[in-house]
Design a protein around this ligand. Structure first.
Ligand SMILES: [Zn+2]
Length: 465
């Protein structure tokens, strides 16, 4: 009897989960996204230290409630990662799988500069408030709800679909995406496509342009060490580790690396031209000509430093370290540089160039971190699906863009996976300020619509017809 009961129960629950006639619709999943994001924002996954396993625990409960299997792994204590796979129907199994990626960790928030508790998850005045609302728990919930709705629809898939949540993106991804790539390569064996943070719709007046990030400037983080004779602060020497370092840094700070408009950057500026006006529009439409004018470059640097950074290699001097005591001349002084290279820059050539600029054999340069450059193509089925959905929801053109910053996408581009930065949201000019800044929030409408946009995109790209 007991056996029959348990059989009945498991049969019933299987029916409840898998039945395509189940009453829950995409509208229900869109509604449900709001409390789900609110709850997700309350979970403290500030990195450092991350504690992403708390987020994994939360997401796994949602998957449990929908009867969807998943796997999870900790790359280090409390550094959780999770993935769930919807299988395609057998005969068309050969189509490459799609990964939906978001990161669980968020950057720290300084409570004294916020007008609310960064971990409140409050829903009021049409917004959901909290650190990570945009970067990237909001995206993660939109992906999750669309993924669940598709699973619930029972529609046959022509390719596998993988929902993935990872740790550590905000500190380089080495306990998250990078770790999975190295330690769980089997997940990615049949993966051809990946959607991640890094691009979204943007409002220009009343028009929307959907920006899809296809490549990034390549970070090269460097540590400079200058050595010299130590001594007492009361007896200055002609040259010390500190004076040498300061001179080297001055040379770097006064250097403007040559301007070079790469193809993806030109495509981006040209694509954005129709959303601009006057001289700005003319310059964007013909950016290769415009950059020959030094006034234009200077103006761009002042008004739009992020846009300017796409036109040349750059180095920011970010950390400095000399003596720990005011009257001691140190034997060593250090500085760190955050350099960002154009996607086609040979990193070794850049290092040689930098050494020539510093022009001091007493200063050594050590690479702390550097990635390989890669660009994702736009002549793909996935890009066309994004174009169709963007037209449908926003009457928007899709513009391939280059990011000045980096995301986890580079790990996957390295593996030959076509990776796009794409969020199903359309942000106004001021809505983006909260990312890594104060008072991060996402509008309820934006999130609910985002679930529907993402659902249609997934149907377009993965359902077998
Ligand atoms: Zn992020």
């Amino acid at each position: 009897m007991k056996k029959i009961w348990s059989l009945l129960i498991s049969l019933m629950s299987a029916l409840m989960v898998a039945s395509p006639t189940s009453a829950k619709s995409i509208d229900d999943y869109a509604e449900e996204s709001v409390p789900r994001l609110s709850a997700y924002l309350k979970i403290n996954t500030i990195n450092p230290p991350g504690n992403e396993s708390r987020g994994v625990d939360y997401l796994s409960k949602i998957l449990d409630s929908e009867g969807i299997g998943y796997e999870m792994v900790e790359s280090a204590p409390n550094r959780g990662n999770l993935w769930a796979r919807l299988r395609s129907v057998k005969p068309t199994r050969s189509q490459e799988a799609l990964v939906l990626l978001h990161h669980i960790d968020v950057v720290p928030a300084n409570r004294s500069y916020w007008s609310f508790d960064p971990l409140s998850g409050d829903v009021k005045n049409g917004f959901i408030y909290g650190r990570g609302a945009i970067d990237t728990k909001g995206l993660g919930i939109a992906q999750m709800q669309a993924f669940l709705a598709l699973a619930r629809s029972g529609e046959p898939l022509k390719r596998d679909l993988i929902l993935m949540a990872t740790a550590d993106e905000e500190a380089g991804g080495f306990y998250g995406a990078g770790w999975l790539k190295d330690n769980r390569p089997e997940i990615f064996k049949d993966v051809g496509y990946l959607l991640n943070e890094g691009g979204s719709g943007r409002l220009f007046g009343s028009e929307v342009a959907v920006m899809v990030e296809v490549t990034q400037k390549v970070p090269m983080w460097l540590r400079l060490t200058s050595t010299g004779r130590p001594g007492h602060g009361s007896a200055p020497q002609t040259e010390t580790s500190v004076t040498k370092l300061v001179r080297g840094l001055k040379r770097i700070s006064e250097t403007e690396f040559p301007v070079r408009v790469t193809d993806p950057v030109a495509t981006m500026f040209e694509g954005l031209a129709s959303y601009q006006q006057g001289a700005e529009q003319a310059a964007s439409a013909n950016i290769r000509e415009a950059v020959k004018d030094t006034n234009f470059l200077l103006e761009t640097k002042l008004k739009n430093p992020a846009g300017h950074a796409l036109l040349r290699n750059t180095c920011s001097i970010t950390t400095l370290e000399g003596s720990s005591k005011i009257n001691v001349v140190p034997a060593e002084a250090h500085a760190e540089l955050d350099c960002r290279l154009l996607p086609d820059q040979d990193p070794d050539r850049f290092l040689e160039e930098l050494a020539l600029i510093i022009n001091d054999p007493g200063i050594s340069i050590k690479k702390i971190m550097s990635f390989t450059p890669a660009v994702s193509r736009t002549d793909t089925e996935l890009f066309r699906a994004i174009e169709r959905v963007s037209e449908q929801f926003f009457s928007a053109n899709v513009i391939p863009t280059v990011a000045g910053g980096f995301t986890d996408s580079h790990f996957f581009r390295d593996m030959g996976i076509t990776s796009y930065g794409y969020s199903p949201f359309a942000f106004g000019p001021n809505e983006f300020r909260g990312v890594h800044g104060n008072d991060e929030r996402l509008s309820v409408e934006q999130l609910k619509r985002g679930v529907r946009v993402y659902y249609e995109l997934l149907r377009d790209f993965t359902v077998a017809r």
